[in-house]
Design a protein around this ligand. Sequence first.
Ligand SMILES: [Zn+2]
Length: 262
Amino acid sequence: MVCMDRYYLPRGMRYATLKERKRFYTEEFSLPKVHEWLEQVRGKVKFAVVIGRHTKIYPEKYREDAGTTIIIDEYKGLDEVRDYMTEFLPEAAYYDRNVYDENDRNTGQELAFDLDPENITCPIHGTLADKMRRNQGLSFCNLELDMVKEQAASLYEHLETQFSNMKIVYSGRGFHIHVFDPEAYALSHKKRRQIARKVKEKGFKIDEWVTAGDMRLIRLPYSLHGLVSRVVVPVEKGELEGFDPVHDKRCLPKFLGGKAIS
Ligand SMILES: [Zn+2]
């Protein structure tokens, strides 16, 4: 039996504490893996963090900036990016999909698709509007997680007819599909909007703002999703079906002690 009152997140997913965020970014945040990911991305990368907008968990000295999106665009190397992480201890870390030239002019954008479980219409919990009415707009259940995984797989297959260089990332809640084809970087804003609309018409519940490019930040792979205590990880298309983010070791930060339920 499902109890509506307790509907919040799949069992074992919870907010990370400041101490846990600190431990993650000090001991676990993998700069080689981040580097490897960013090699596919063009231009000089800008990062961004949100310290405590949703969790309301933040270092006291950053109280005033806790809800702000802080852009990190001045750094010498990834070591320095990690220093920012251990200083801010953010609930969320992102990178900017816009491509910039030496003069900071925007010359293109990585194309991306964002599928979130809360957008799924659940046979038990209803539509996003139903969830919002109950103040559960960021909540999701295992069933929604499974359904969003199926959507990610079939959206990937749909996009394969147009693009050849794509990656799937488990975002901590749902999935992102990143497109690295050169033609995709060059798409106009209008064309992106059309792609977003067409994908929606096909029944995929994507976040149109991400695909159209109005929302240019995307969660940084290998960072910590502080609302669910999961590591953001790329997942191969072939392993998607069997992928279980509640238990998969790759997305369990060490502070959970190797157990999904802590
Ligand atoms: Zn549900």
